[in-house]
Every structure is written in structure tokens, then in C-alpha cells.
Design a protein around this ligand. Structure first.
Ligand SMILES: Cc1ncc(COP(=O)(O)O)c(C=O)c1O
Length: 400
């Protein structure tokens, strides 16, 4: 009998982190590698936020805080929800955790019993299904279509709902597609959920601040206030505020759920890092001029990469509304062979051969539950992005 738990055998290491680590290793060995696999902004944490962290250290604000986050940060979070999303939450409806990841994990662990189903639209963020499995639940993956820009439709949602459905995980703008649901698209989904009063909604709003052109971000509890008492609205400072390493995520929802999540956190990590919490207070309350500056830079890069990739014969990618990812369909390349006569049987082969022959690291679609495709992260300089797209073009045209 294995020493390891049965639950562990149901999951795998995060493939995005694995590929990023492999690209870093090849780079360290002196190879000319461009990594389009990273899931974090390349921008530095804004200076005012760094200074708030340094001030916290110098002022001795380095002790434990309340398990579910300090009141100053909870207050900033309540204000943020009111200001940005029109959502009224009180401090006892808020929890702060070690990154958005822990927020989601706490919620699933606190609510799932064996056999409970969680609906996850694909392509999905790699961690959702495995977090569900670790919490004893069953992920129910529902594939979206490229022709609908990888957005879930009301009909698709309706077909996968069963009496065992406990949660829908909703993510807009999405990792890995950058797809953002506008008010009407989201309303169609919330209308379905209104008809199914036992289903809760976990809205992962991590990329809220990275929304382009005239796309206006909205979140389920805002679009359908009747869902407020069964929605967990989750967010964090990692992506929009360029604070991935600080590890602060947060959520707001019904008190009973938040209390349950706090119990889990109290017996696992306790409070999130105190210094990072003070920095997050500044991120939410302080000068946020950098939000627009970073957003504009990302939008410019999205346009460059999207144009270049879509001009490559055989590749197809819809225009993302947000985040910093593009999901590229490679259906036309499956079955082709490389110059070395290696057959591309699936998207993992495509990504491996692209890395081997051109030194470009991307994450294959199977990792996100929808093949054949790959995800490009454009969180790197324009010069590198242009060079990477040229290499992808060369690779594609070398396939027979
Ligand atoms: C959609 C989505 N949700 C949540 C997270 C987790 O964010 P954090 O780094 O704050 O744990 C990520 C990070 O990649 C993400 O892409």
C-alpha cells in the first residue's frame, strides 16, 4: 500500500509552474529561451505599496493578526467592493488569505462532501479541478467553444447541472483565455442559477483590473443581487497590483461560509503575512495610478501578439477582453510532423517541439482542459513578444 494519500493520486503538480520552471532551467543552462508561460505581471510592485511594507517592518507591525485578516485591511476590502463593484459587505463577511489560491481552497474544503459536484467551464485555470479533488469533490468540466470566444453559454451550463451540483466556478476575465463576460452574457448565466437555488457561485475576479478597450468588468453578485446570499466573490492583489509574491487574496460572502473558511485557515496557515497585509491596505486605499498605466501596456502587447499570431496560417485565437493571456487553437497542426520527423499528436507535443526547436515556452491546452491549443502569456516585453511570435511562425511553417 502506498504511503501517500489516495487523494494525492487524484491530482498533479501545477503544469504551468512546471513549464515555467523548465524554461528557467534551460535559460540558466545558457539557452536562448523566451518564456510565454508565466502567470504574473512582469512589472515591479508599485513604490507606494513597497514603502507601506517597509514601514510596517520598521514600525514593528510584524506580529500575528486576526486569523482572517486585520480589521484595517478588511475595511479597505469592504470599501473596494462598494466602490468598484457596488457590493455592500460588512467586515464579518470578509476573509483575507495567503493568495487567491488559499481563498478558493478554503471555500472548497469547507463546503464539499464526497460526491459533491463543482461545475468548471473549460478551458479553466489549472488549479480548479485539483482543488476540488483534494476537497473530496468531483469536478464537472463543461467545454466552451472557440466560436463563442470560450465563454460558457446558459444552455451549456444548464446541461451539466445535476442534483449534486454544489458550486459553479466562474472566472472573468479568464485565465487562460482572457475572455471577459459582459453584463448581458453574465445575466444569462445568473438567470440559470436563479432557477437552481441549491447551487452556489464562486466568482474568481482575480483579473478584474486588467480589462481592455471598452470592456466593463462585472461580477455575478452585482449583476444578480438575488444571488448575493449564495455567492463567494473572490479577488486579490496578485495580478492587478503586481503583488504575486506578497501572497494576499480575499473574498466576501455569507457570514456562515466565511466563518467556515476561517476555521480551516485557523488550523492551517493562520493569518496571511502581516507585512503583506499592510502593503495590501496601501494597494487598495492608496494611489492607484499604476493600474491604468499597466493596463495600457498590457493592452498594447495584446494587440501586437494577437495580430502576429492570427496572421500565422493555421493558428486561430479570439480577441481577449482582459487578463494577460491568449488561447491559441492549433487544431490544424495535429498530425503534422517536424523537420526531425516527429509527429505532433497533441498539444503537449506541439509545446514540447516548439520549446526544443525554437526555445519558446508556452503551456499546452490539455493543462487547461481544452485541446488542441496553447496559452500565451504576454506578461513580458514587447521586443521579446515580437521575437517569440516570429519563432512560433517559423516553427509552424516548418511543420509538414
Ligand atoms: C484565475 C486565477 N485565480 C486565482 C489565482 C491565484 O492567485 P494568487 O497568486 O493570489 O494565489 C490565479 C493565479 O494564477 C489565477 O490565474
Amino acid at each position: 500500500m502506498s504511503f501517500l494519500s489516495k487523494n494525492l493520486s487524484r491530482i498533479k503538480q501545477s503544469p504551468t509552474m512546471e513549464i515555467t520552471a523548465r524554461a528557467q532551467e534551460l535559460k540558466a543552462n545558457g539557452l536562448n529561451i523566451i518564456s510565454l508561460s508565466v502567470g504574473e505581471p512582469d512589472f515591479d510592485t508599485p513604490q507606494n505599496i513597497k514603502e507601506a511594507g517597509i514601514a510596517a517592518i520598521n514600525q514593528g507591525k510584524t506580529k500575528y493578526t486576526a486569523v482572517d485578516g486585520m480589521p484595517e485591511l478588511k475595511e479597505a476590502i469592504c470599501n473596494k467592493f462598494q466602490k468598484d463593484n457596488g457590493l455592500t459587505y460588512s467586515k464579518d463577511q470578509v476573509i483575507v488569505s495567503t493568495g487567491g489560491k488559499q481563498v478558493l481552497f478554503n471555500a472548497l474544503l469547507a463546503t464539499l462532501n464526497a460526491g459533491d459536484e463543482v461545475v468548471i467551464p473549460a478551458p479553466y485555470w489549472v488549479s480548479y479541478p485539483d482543488m476540488v479533488k483534494l476537497s473530496n469533490g468531483e469536478p464537472v468540466v463543461v467545454e466552451t467553444k472557440l466560436s463563442n470566444n470560450y465563454k460558457l453559454t446558459a444552455r451549456e451550463l444548464e446541461t451539466v447541472i445535476t442534483p449534486k451540483t454544489k458550486w459553479l466556478i466562474f472566472n472573468s476575465p479568464s485565465n487562460p483565455t482572457g475572455a471577459g463576460y459582459d453584463w448581458n452574457e453574465l445575466k444569462e448565466l445568473t438567470d440559470v442559477l436563479i432557477r437552481h437555488p441549491n447551487i452556489w457561485i464562486m466568482s474568481d475576479d482575480m483579473y478584474e483590473h486588467l480589462a481592455y478597450d471598452d470592456f466593463e468588468f462585472c461580477t455575478p453578485a452585482q449583476v444578480e443581487p438575488k444571488l448575493l446570499n449564495r455567492t463567494l466573490t473572490t479577488n486579490g492583489v496578485s495580478k492587478g497590483h503586481a503583488m504575486t509574491g506578497w501572497r494576499i487574496g480575499y473574498a466576501a460572502g455569507p457570514v456562515e461560509l466565511i466563518n467556515a473558511m476561517r476555521i480551516i485557515q485557523s488550523q492551517s496557515t493562520s493569518n496571511p503575512n502581516t507585512i503583506a497585509q499592510w502593503a495590501a491596505v496601501e494597494a487598495l486605499n492608496g494611489n492607484q495610478a499604476y493600474l491604468n498605466i499597466n493596463k495600457n501596456k498590457f493592452q498594447e502587447r495584446r494587440d501586437v501578439v494577437l495580430d502576429m499570431l492570427n496572421s500565422i496560417d493555421g493558428l486561430e485565437c479570439p480577441k481577449p477582453q482582459g487578463a494577460f493571456y491568449i488561447y491559441v487553437s492549433i487544431a490544424k497542426f495535429i498530425g503534422r510532423t517536424t523537420k526531425e520527423n516527429i509527429q505532433i499528436k497533441n498539444d503537449e507535443d506541439f509545446a514540447t517541439e516548439l520549446l526544443n526547436s525554437e526555445g519558446v515556452a508556452v503551456v499546452f491546452g490539455a493543462a487547461f482542459g481544452l485541446s488542441p491549443a496553447f496559452r500565451v502569456s504576454y506578461a513580458t516585453s514587447k521586443t521579446e513578444l515580437i521575437e517569440a511570435c516570429n519563432r512560433i511562425k517559423r516553427f509552424c511553417s516548418s511543420l509538414n
